[in-house]
Write a protein that binds this ligand. Structure first.
Ligand code: PEP
Length: 251
């Protein structure tokens, strides 16, 4: 029996102005308030909307998280936000090492690890993202790449309570393409095996999310896999109906 409580997390990326963000967070929260959700729910708005999202989900089972954080507590880091600042606002989670951060900002595994450690230091749950590019997949290197990223990005002190790992094949993000559920499961199993080497049997209780073109029509089959414990959702998280449709994979 899988005792891990599934998590469906929405990554809004750089989308939404004040009114849209508040309305989207409220729409998700209203659905969650209307009936006990079958899993944990999280929305990760851009920094500018976190405050409004937190106000909108108040009293609902929906948590709010950041999409990134800096490794330092404070200092001369123009444009950056510390994990402590997210915690201070009321965030519970932060995504680190998303492939768009790795690609657009040159974030290495070492940088991602430092950010994940900052998350833990601040009392946030770190969602550490890993995933291969299409070229790496075509070269048959998917599992080796993902194993290297897990090893290099894992924060010291990781436990099932403060760590979630998201497997997001880069070629599946925003493309409408997904691995077969069996292929996704195989990578998740490899991630769990890698975690076992790093943190021992506790790895069995760490939640592993799949991300990359998840939508209501494919969520159930993906979420049914033994080592897939939820989803990190991009595009489909921008419409409350679609996000809720994905949540129904666990209904
Ligand atoms: C993401 O980038 O985290 C993601 C999963 O995006 P999408 O669902 O749009 O593929």
């Amino acid at each position: 029996m899988n005792k891990r409580r599934p998590l469906i997390a929405g990554n809004w990326k750089m989308n939404g102005l004040a009114a849209d963000g508040a309305a989207l967070a409220k729409a998700v929260a209203d659905k969650a308030r209307a009936g006990a959700p079958p899993c944990e729910l999280l929305v990760c708005p851009p920094f500018t909307l976190i405050d409004r999202a937190i106000a909108a989900v108040k009293g609902s089972p929906v948590a709010v998280g950041g999409q990134d954080c800096h490794a330092a507590v404070s200092g001369a880091h123009t444009g950056d936000v510390a994990a402590e600042m997210l915690k201070d606002l009321g965030c519970a989670y932060v995504i680190v090492g998303h492939s768009e951060r790795r690609a657009d900002h040159g974030e290495t595994d070492a940088v991602v690890k430092a950010k994940a450690e900052a998350a833990l230091r601040a009392g946030l749950v770190a969602i550490v993202c890993v995933g291969e590019t299409e070229a790496e997949r075509d070269a048959g290197r998917t599992e080796a790449v993902v194993a290297r990223q897990v090893k290099g990005s894992l924060p010291a002190g990781a436990t099932p309570a403060n760590l979630v790992v998201a497997y997001e094949p880069v070629w599946a993000i925003g493309t409408g393409r997904t691995p077969t559920p069996a292929d996704a499961q195989a990578v998740h199993a490899r991630i769990r095996a890698e975690l076992k080497d790093l943190i021992g049997e506790a790895a069995d209780a760490v939640r592993l999310l799949y991300g990359g073109s998840v939508k209501p029509s494919n969520a159930k089959e993906l979420m049914a896999q033994a080592d897939i414990d939820g989803a990190l959702v991009g595009g489909a998280a921008l419409k409350a109906e679609d996000f809720w449709g994905i949540v129904q994979a666990y209904a």
